[in-house]
Design a binder for this molecule. Structure first.
Ligand code: ADP
Ligand code: MG
Length: 991
């Protein structure tokens, strides 16, 4: 109508859902598998259609695989930022099969300027916009992050909230009740929240990839703004949804629980499909939003009050063709949906009044029109024809948008009108009362459903919390018990150590005491012994003097014995010399070596004797050896002689043979000579005959001249000639035959001769050979005999040595015996001598010497005893001295051990103290945690909002706020203060 302001038209407008399509490039595995790129993009500027398998799809925008994140954002999502900041609701969700690029498109790599996706770009843009807006606007931004898995909503910012429910607010707009909301004042804070949510998501599941492909993640940004000048308030909600993979179950071959999950996911996705189909149909009255939580949450985004963009993500590979097609079909259906978009404005009382007036006016207008129409209708009914000029102008009537406005305003007024657009118009066929009833019934049931949901959620949260608490308590108890046990063990150990140390110390002390006593005793003994020793030494000195005297006497005796020994030695030497001579007479050179060192020293009688015996035995064995060798040599000689005679016989035979051959050769040469002479004679005969022949020829010639004369003679002559010729021929033949025979014989003889010559040569050679052989054999024999001799010698020597050794043993034994005898003799001799001298002395002084002797023997005895005692004492002393350092060492070691034990005790005590402290600290900490838990359970504490002021960059945010009004300044100061408070205390939901 003419009176409506353009601003009102802005409030509500129909807007179709924007659907863009993005194709990712072929990935490595697809390229490896040889998948083909099956999508065709039209050439030219058109970037809104594609064809696949001949079928063409039209969208608002189509992104080719090489489209950058920046391009996608700018062309598909950027406009939503201004919408949200202008108070509209917005939704962007990505639909497509797993690994088609949904997460890549929505999130990308946060923080990477090129690879970051829509969410980080939007967040940055929202804040940049705010910083660039008027200064009198104040923004409150809060975000929530949750996922829908198996149709359960799990809060990603508070892991204890595992099953949140969906409720409707007073405007009948569904929202997730109890979801944690975080106030944020900068993009960094938003990213921190996203990080936290993602890490919580990772902690909760084992296989993140699988999980993320089976769950929907929803990031919600709620922007509220207030104009500080006119108190106008706007709010916009932006849902950013990364849906689960839209592929069919069969493709992944899921089983068991996995299949359940897939069913659930597919259930929510098929619910989404159903909702979209119902919306696309346009005739359906009931839209099944309630079939799943996903569709409940997206209720406003699909056919409600929101600017929605669906990003269809597809794979271009031939392998995924069917999935890609179904995805594209989904997008095509969604494209037809129309949303009714309006600004979420909180109106002031005046505004409401104004609107009320306006509506009243409108109603009056409508009423007037209805009245006019009614009168026109009655005129028609009465059969009157109303002229066109008088007819009510139907086209001109109240604005077409009015019903929509009404519906929107109905929402704002909290009227019980259904949220579904067009729903109000369609229900018109039912009776009003019935409709009312049904509506109420449905309302009641929904309410109940929500309540039950809420209850379930609360109960499950409570159970979860209790479980956690219980686990913590159990852990606490277990750790306390462990600590206690450890401490007990430690204590026991220390006590044991202490006791053992005590015992050790006792032992050591005892040992020390014993040692001290021993030491005293020993020192006393030593003193005593020392004294005794002194007296003894005195006595000893006296004795020494007497001893010296006797010693001198002994010396004299010794001299005498030496003299005798010398004499014996001389005798021995003579004897040895004789022996040596014998040796020379008998033995060879080998024995001479033995005689090289004749025993010249006079003093060593025994040695000499031994040496002499050795010589003798050696000589004996040598003689034996020689005899044996001689025998061996003789036998060998006989053998050799035999051999030589054999060889000689052979030689004689050979010679005979040679002479025979020589004789034969001679006869042969003789026969040769004979043959030669015969040959010569025959040749002479031939010559004579030739001569005769020549003569005859001459005669013939002569006769030929005289032939004519004497024809008869001629005839006779011819006859004779013939006869002669015949005779000649015969003769020649015989002669030739003879010559041939002779020649044959000659050659035979020649051959024979050569053969014989060869034979002769052979024989001479054989002879020579044999001669050489003989020589060689002789040589060999000689060598062998030499070797044999050597070996025999060696053997003999070995034998000899063995015998020598035996002999030596014998001689040594004998020698010893003789030595013993000799000594006996010598001693006897000495005794007799001494007796003699004593007797001589006795004759001089009988009694005195006896007494002296007795005295000497007594003294000697005494001396012996004394020396023994002295030795014993010295030994004892030495032993004691040896023992002393050992004992000292032991004492020192014990002292050290005692010290070490003391330090260990101290350490253990300290450790125990530390453990106790730690235990105390742990107990305190747990108590604190429990207290806080209890506090938290009592209900969420008040949330402090962090307002952001437009026109300022967030870095200078605090200063900017300080320049604002005092109230805000205080609030902000408080928030800054609160920033230092642990996060758990800070964000406990939004009251
Ligand atoms: P979804 O979330 O649909 O399961 P992802 O976003 O995780 O799939 O993508 C799967 C893989 O493909 C990722 O490694 C991603 O980096 C890559 N990818 C997806 N879209 C693109 C694209 N447009 N350009 C390059 N790589 C992409
Ligand atoms: Mg993903």
């Amino acid at each position: 109508m003419a009176m409506e302001t353009p601003r009102e038209r802005e409030i509500a407008a129909e807007d179709s859902i924007k659907v863009v399509c993005r194709f990712r490039p072929l990935n490595d595995s697809e390229e490896k598998a040889g998948s083909k790129f099956i999508v065709k993009f039209p050439s030219g500027g058109d970037e809104n259609c594609i064809s696949i398998g001949g079928k063409v799809y039209l969208f608002d925008k189509v992104f080719k695989p090489n489209a950058t994140q920046d391009k996608v954002y700018n062309e598909a999502a950027k406009s939503i930022v201004t919408d949200v900041l202008a108070g509209y609701n917005g939704t962007i969700f990505a639909y497509g099969q797993t690994s088609s690029g949904k997460t890549h498109t929505m999130e990308g790599v946060i923080g990477d300027p090129n690879k970051q996706g829509i969410i980080p770009r939007i967040v940055n843009d929202i804040f940049n916009h705010i910083y660039g807006m008027e200064e009198n606007l104040e923004f409150h931004i809060k975000v929530s992050y949750f996922e829908i898995y198996m149709d359960k909503i799990r809060d990603l910012l508070d892991v204890s909230k595992v099953n949140l429910s969906v409720h409707e607010d007073k405007n009948r707009v569904p929202f997730v009740k109890g979801a944690t909301e975080r106030f944020v004042s900068s993009p960094e804070e938003v990213f921190e929240v996203i990080e936290e949510g993602k890490s919580n998501r990772h902690i909760a599941v084992t296989n993140m990839n699988e999980h993320s492909s089976r769950s929907h993640s929803v990031f919600l940004i709620n922007v509220k703004q207030e104009n500080l000048e006119n108190q106008k308030k706007l709010s916009g909600k932006l849902y950013l949804v990364d849906l689960a993979g839209s592929e069919k179950v069969s493709k992944t071959g899921a089983e068991g629980t996995v299949l359940d999950e897939a069913k659930n996911i597919n259930k929510s996705l098929s619910a989404l499909g159903n909702v979209i189909s119902a919306l696309a149909d346009g005739n359906k009255t009931h839209i099944p939003y309630r079939d799943s939580k996903l569709t409940r949450i997206l209720q406003e985004s699909l056919g409600g009050n929101a600017r929605t963009t669906i990003i269809i993500c597809c794979s271009p590979a031939s392998f995924n063709e069917s999935e890609t097609k179904s995805t594209l079909d989904f997008g095509k259906r969604a494209k037809t949906i129309k949303n009714v978009v309006c600004v979420n404005e909180e109106l002031t009382a005046e505004e409401w009044k104004r609107r009320y007036e306006r509506e009243k006016e409108k109603v009056a207008r409508w009423k007037g029109k209805v009245d006019k129409l009614e009168s026109e209708l009655s005129r028609w009914r009465q059969g009157e024809t109303v002229k066109p000029e008088e007819q009510v102008n139907l086209i001109e009537g109240p604005d077409v948008t009015t019903p929509i406005t009404a519906s929107v305003e109905g929402k704002l007024d909290d009227s019980p009108m259904p949220a579904t657009p067009g729903g109000g118009l369609m229900i018109g066929s039912l009776s009003n009362e019935e409709r009312q009833k049904l509506e109420e019934e449905r309302e009641r049931l929904y309410q109940q459903l929500d309540d039950k949901d809420e209850e379930i959620n609360q109960q499950s949260q409570y159970v979860e919390k209790l479980k956690e608490q219980m686990e913590e308590q159990e852990e606490l108890i277990a750790s306390a018990r462990r600590d206690y046990e450890q401490l007990q063990q430690e204590m026991n150990r220390i006590q044991q150590e202490n006791e053992s140390a005590k015992e050790e110390v006792k032992e050591v002390l005892q040992a020390l005491e014993e040692l001290a006593v021993n030491y005293d005793q020993k020192s006393q003994e030593v003193e005593l012994k020392n004294k005794e020793q002194e007296s003894m030494t005195e006595e000893l000195l006296a004795k020494q003097v007497t001893l010296n005297n006797t010693a001198s006497e002994l010396q004299q005796l010794r001299d005498m014995s030496a003299h005798q020994r010398k004499r014996i030695a001389e005798m021995l030497a003579n004897f040895l010399k004789d022996l040596g001579e014998i040796g020379v007479a008998i033995g060879g050179e080998s024995n001479e070596n033995l005689k090289i060192a004749p025993p010249e020293s006079n003093g060593k009688l025994e040695e000499e004797f031994t040496v002499a015996r050795l010589f003798i035995s050696k000589m004996k064995s040598e003689v034996k050896n020689l005899v044996q060798r001689c025998q061996g040599l003789e036998s060998f000689q006989v053998d050799c002689n035999k051999k030589v005679s054999e060889y000689e016989k052979d030689l004689a035979e050979c010679r005979l043979l040679i002479s025979q051959h020589e004789a034969r050769m001679q006869t042969l040469t003789e026969s040769m000579k004979e043959a030669e002479t015969r040959k010569r004679a025959l040749e002479e005969d031939v010559d004579a005959l030739r001569e005769e022949c020549a003569k005859l020829k001459a005669a013939e010639q002569v006769q030929a001249v005289t032939n004519k004369e004497k024809a008869e003679e001629k005839e006779a002559a011819t006859k004779m000639r013939v006869a002669l010729e015949e005779q000649m021929d015969q003769l020649r033949d015989a002669h030739q035959k003879q010559v041939a025979a002779l020649r044959d014989e000659l050659s035979e003889k020649q051959e024979l001769i050569s053969e014989l010559k060869d034979l002769n040569q052979k024989f001479t050679l054989a002879h020579q050979q044999m001669q050489a052989d003989y020589e060689r054999l002789k040589q060999e024999e000689a060598n062998k005999s030499v070797k044999l001799q050597e070996l025999m010698l060696l053997n003999e020597r070995r034998e000899q040595a063995r015998k020598d050794l035996k002999g030596l043993e014998d001689t040594v034994a004998k020698e010893l015996q003789t030595l013993h005898n000799l000594r006996k003799l010598f001693v006897q001799d000495l005794q007799t001598r001494i007796k003699k001298t004593i007797n001589a002395e006795d004759n001089e002084d009988d009694g005195g010497s006896l007494a002296q002797k007795q005295k000497i023997s007594f003294l000697e005895n005494n001396l012996d005893q004394l020396t023994k005692v002295h030795k014993q004492l010295v030994r004892d002393n030495a032993d004691l001295r040896c023992e002393l350092p050992k004992l000292e060492k032991r004492l020192r070691a014990t002292m050290e051990r005692v010290k070490a034990l003391e330090t260990a005790l101290r350490d253990a005590k300290e450790g125990a103290m530390r453990d106790r402290k730690r235990y105390q600290y742990e107990v305190d900490r747990i108590k604190e945690a429990v207290r806080q838990k209890n506090l938290a359970r009592r209900g969420p504490s008040a949330q402090i909002a962090k307002p952001i002021r437009a026109g300022q960059h967030h870095l200078s945010n605090v200063n900017a706020i300080r320049t604002g009004n005092r109230e805000n300044e205080c609030k902000n100061a408080f928030i800054d203060e609160n920033k230092r408070i642990p996060a758990a205390l800070m964000y406990n939901g939004y009251a």
